[in-house]
Each structure stands twice: as C-alpha cells, then as structure tokens.
Design a protein around this ligand. Structure first.
Ligand code: PH4
Ligand code: ZN
Length: 314
C-alpha cells in the first residue's frame, strides 16, 4: 500500500472515532523511529515537515528539500502494510506549498491564520483548488494558537479562539479537507502557566457543524519521565508543561483526529542522546550513539498511538 493520501487516513479515523499522531521530522533518524513505531503498533502515521524542516533538509533549496522528503518517506512507506502519509505543516509560503504539491506530498497545510478571516478564507480556497486538482488534500487553521503570554490575559485569549459559525462557513466555502480550530493549545514545551485547559465546548460545536476531521496543534504532553530523565543528564527544561494525556484523550472523543506532536519527540530524542553520551563517553559512531534516543522516542510514539486509539487501525 502504503504511501497514501492523508485524507484516506483521517476519514477512517473520523468515521471510527480515533486520533492519529502527526509527527514532525527534520532528518532521517526521526523518520526511522516513526516507521518502526507505526509498524510495531500496526498504526497509520502522518509524517509532517515544517517549512523550516524543508529548508534545513534541502540546505536552503526548497525543491531539493521537498523532493528529498518525498523520496525518503516513499522509499520506506511503499514496502509497508501500514498507511503512511507526508504532510506540509504550517505552509505559509506559496512557493513552498507549490513545491510540496509538485514533489508529491500527500497533503499540505495552508496556514493563513495570521490574516483576517476573509483573507484566510480566500487564500485557503485558492490552495484547495490547486491542491485538489493534483489529488493532494488540504488542512487550514482558524483562530490563533495561543502563546503562554496570552494565557495571562483571558480576554485576548477568548478573541483568538475559533468561532464555530465561521468554521462552518469556512469549510463550506473553501472545501478544505481538515481543519485546525484554535481551542487553547500552543506550540512548544511551555504551553500552560497554570492548569492545562482546552475549550471543549467550542470544539464540540465545530465538529457538530463541520463534521470533517479536525486537527489539534501543539499537542505534546511533555511526559514527566522524559523531562526528568533529560534533566538528570544535564538538560534544563524548567517550567516545561504540555497537554496532559487525559485531555488529549478527551479531545479525540470530541472530534480531534489529527494530533500534531513534535516537542515530545525532540525531548525524548535529546534526553536519550544525553544519557547515551554520558554513559559512553568514548563513543563517536552515529550509528551507535542514537541507540537510547531511538528507544525513548519509539516508546513516546507508541504510547501516543495507544492513547489516541490508532494502534491496530492500519
Ligand atoms: N507543530 C510543529 C511545528 C514545528 O518550525 P518548526 O519545525 O519548529 O515547527 O505544528 C505542532 O503543532 C507541534 O506541537 P508541539 O509543540 O506540542 O509538539
Ligand atoms: Zn502546529
């Protein structure tokens, strides 16, 4: 099978009420570990690359970056029985979005959420038209991901979350395939100053009105064991806090199907690397010193697949 359209993965998840992790990569090692985890869990997986990842992998050359990621992912996915897709995360640059479509990505995100609603709508509709003509599915975002500083001012936070009625009109007019409604998460390792909380009433309304697969950005949990392990080997992750597992599970119950996770993988990988190098100070072979990184990161991904319900859904 197994290099598929992201829409195929998410429509099944939507119908059968589970979430699929969307996991960011920047290099070959993260791809290896995701493939390993997906096969072990018999789970679908969505692999995503940000615009920064594409520039990094292509040494600044966008076409090289998008071609390389498609070749890498397809090379592994095509011989697997679990469905794997490749998605552009937070596409803001028209040339990068076009390069992903032309190289053969399974789906792209057009992130015009920084623009006023009408402009977001028209930009998203334009990308949908182009992408759909090539069989590529599209994600868009409504509302803004709330940063930690915004959490302090509640009114500002209110104003930046998704409006469910706008979401309905937006989906109808743009023909977007999946939608990321802002419901209170933010990117990175420092999401909440106080208690973690998402706006589930808003999420339920968006799902009820649109019925399409929904996406949760900023969904890393910052697992305590990973944080503590990394810190015991010298990392400084003071104040790091993510979305607790029970809240993630609840968000799937209310309609989230694509669960964007990057920070947890990065923390597990770097924690494992710190541990390995401390315990093996004379090792300098890259085929060996990622051993603990691989083990910890694979476990984080497999735990996430079990939690979201994508295990055995391949
Ligand atoms: N993302 C990941 C964004 C990564 O520029 P960049 O490569 O650093 O961008 O879209 C997420 O939603 C991940 O959320 P997380 O931070 O909670 O893992
Ligand atoms: Zn995101």
């Amino acid at each position: 099978m197994a290099y598929v359209n992201t829409k195929q993965i998410l429509e099944k998840a939507n119908k059968e009420f589970y979430g699929v992790p969307a996991l960011n990569i920047n290099n070959l090692e993260f791809l290896h570990v995701i493939i390993k985890a997906a096969v072990a869990e018999n789970s679908p997986a969505i692999i995503e690359t940000s615009e920064g990842a594409i520039k990094y992998a292509g040494m600044g050359d966008i076409k090289k970056g998008t071609d390389l990621f498609v070749k890498m992912v397809k090379e592994f996915a095509d011989s697997l029985s679990v469905p794997i897709s490749l998605h552009l995360d937070h596409g803001k640059n028209f040339d990068i979005i076009m390069s992903c479509i032309n190289s053969g990505y399974s789906s792209v995100m057009i992130d015009a959420s920084a623009f006023p609603y009408e402009e977001n709508l028209s930009k998203t509709a334009e990308i949908c038209k182009i992408a759909h003509a090539s069989g590529v599915s599209v994600e868009a975002e409504l509302g803004k991901l709330v940063g930690i500083e915004d959490n302090v001012v509640v009114d500002e936070k209110e104003g930046s979350l998704v409006d469910p009625n706008e979401a309905k009109e937006f989906v109808d007019k743009t023909k977007v395939d999946f939608l990321a409604p802002a419901i209170g998460t933010s990117h990175g390792a420092f999401k909440f100053k106080g208690e973690a909380k998402l706006d589930f009433d808003r999420l339920k309304k968006v799902k009820e009105l649109t019925e399409i697969p929904l996406v949760l950005h900023g969904a890393s949990s910052v697992p305590v064991d990973i944080k503590e392990l990394a810190e015991s080997y010298g990392a400084d992750f003071k104040g790091a806090k993510g979305v607790p597992s029970d809240i993630l599970k609840e968000s799937v119950k209310y309609g989230i199907n694509k669960v964007n996770t990057d920070t947890d993988l990065r923390m597990a990988f770097v924690g494992g690397l710190r541990k390995y190098l401390k315990e093996n100070p004379s090792e300098f072979d890259p085929r060996k010193y990622f051993k603990t990184s691989f083990e910890l990161t694979e476990k984080v991904i497999r735990d996430r697949m079990k939690l979201l319900g994508s295990s055995n859904k391949a």
